[in-house]
Ligand binder design. Sequence first.
Ligand SMILES: C[S@@+](CC[C@H](N)C(=O)[O-])C[C@H]1O[C@@H](n2cnc3c(N)ncnc32)[C@H](O)[C@@H]1O
Length: 591
Amino acid sequence: MIAWKSVIRPIKTVLRSRINSIGCYSILKSNMTTVADSTAEINNNKRQLGNSAPNRKPKKPKLRRYKAKKADPTGPLGVLEFEIDELLQEHGLKREEVKNDVSAILNDVPRLSGPMTRAYHRVVNNIKVLRNASNGEGMALIENPVETGKKQIALIPFGLVGDVVNINVYKTHPYHVETDLLDVVEKSPMRKDELITCKYFGKCSGCQFQFLTYERQLELKRNTIVNAYRYFAPRLVVEKLVQEVGETIGSPLKLGYRTKLTPHFDMPRRKQLEDRPPLGFGQKGKQKWRKDNLEIGGTGSILDIEECPIGTPAVNMGMSNERQKFDTDYQNYRKGATILLRENTTILNGSEETREQLMDNGSKNEQGEISFVETEDKEKDIKLAKTCVTNTRQVVREYVDGYTFKFSAGEFFQNNNSILPLVTKYVRENLQIPNSEPNAPNYLVDAYCGSGLFSICSSKGVAKVTGVEISADSVSFAETNAKNNGVENCKFIVGKAEKLFESIDTPNDRTSVILDPPRKGCDELFMRQLSEYYPARIVYISCNVHSQARDVEFFLKDTERGKDYKIESLRGFDFFPQTHHVESVCVMSRV
Ligand SMILES: C[S@@+](CC[C@H](N)C(=O)[O-])C[C@H]1O[C@@H](n2cnc3c(N)ncnc32)[C@H](O)[C@@H]1O
């Protein structure tokens, strides 16, 4: 019995870590058949050993069914469905021809390392990458190893269109397989491995684009916007209502820009650790293509990472301090956790010692002193000190283009400070109502206003700003931020975005609306009420261009007065260089 326990426990640990990494048990079962096989085999043998009743009819094993996780159509899995269809269309294939028999893999249980699993999960060499998905992964067609004549769609992290690669297929879904990149046999002309700045690139799940020139990154992000509108706003595209997508506006900082990082660690349950567990970011599969970093950061689901080149210097100082602390106090944790590293900015008064002016708490070095970095806003001749905060409830400050914003470290705030002056200026300019009569006042509504970033940065030149936001905490910060910045024409309401329309009292012909919803986008009720209100202009900012495209199409085609609007411009802003993410800004005005 004791011997079995020692076999089963490590298997359970592996299973647990896979559950954490994919967050879906049904998929896990389908894809962990090697481990599941071993477990089933062990259980079988256990049963046989302990089964003394003779002639008992063996129970027929229950067939396991694949349960697909319900995916948000505008989320990564939903978008992948469009990308799969497009790839199939380009190659004259039908869905049936790339369908995997997931049930066969799932039920290949009783045999240790069953042939089904071995056949499906295998190394495949010399595969041409045909395109890149919007999440940056390469897509290729490979032969189905079991059903002759059929193909499979392989997703290849860090594979670039034009690469010829060797891959290891390790997980099967109904219409695609997940793979690890083993070798790049022939390089895509896009591939510039010499640009890679991080030793963890290729292993860490954070960045996808470090081996591309920055121009290429911006181009790919523009393509993501073009495709998003093709997939989620097809009626607008067919009727040529989507303007030419503008060039993506780059971030002034390409590295060292991220003001928030959240390294994490796992703690094995019921076990005293001798060494501290890895503290860092998730590992993306088990790549082998970067031969120089195979052992770096470890081989577990979380990589041990001491520095992140996209994090700001202050955040990286915090990371170094918190790692040192973790070296000695990791035994105090009973469960895994995430450590918040959030940059905090103090405006310095030139005549005093910087350290004396750091009034907020911050991450401390070994000597017990708060670590800080000094910088400046050259244009406005303002000196700043940046520290790193780890307490989610601590109030932090951001400095944007002459304004300061306070908010709780754990609440939402844009994570790339360097691009914010460009974005807020662009939004401000695009909110202007053309042909306004001189002296006639203009108004602004900021739906999903957070702690007031766009309201406050666009408040000059308008008579009144009304912001609405679901988080009461954020609204209270928005009010404080307006007051602290000497802005007197902003009013903020707590509630769902649609609550706005109950209290809106500004004339629609003279009012512009900013929308900046979370990833899931706006709901139809809100879009209908917006159309009823009929504002002069709308600037829709989104961190998920797919839900933005869906909402814009719904607004223009399916709401009462949507047909009276046109898309005036559409373009991306690169809030997250080196990653596949893009922020999209769509400006709509009345025809
Ligand atoms: C992407 S953030 C934008 C915040 C702000 N515009 C900024 O740039 O800092 C989206 C905000 O919408 C808020 N939110 C989420 N659902 C909402 C809803 N139904 N109505 C109003 N606000 C909502 C969130 O709390 C969050 O602050």
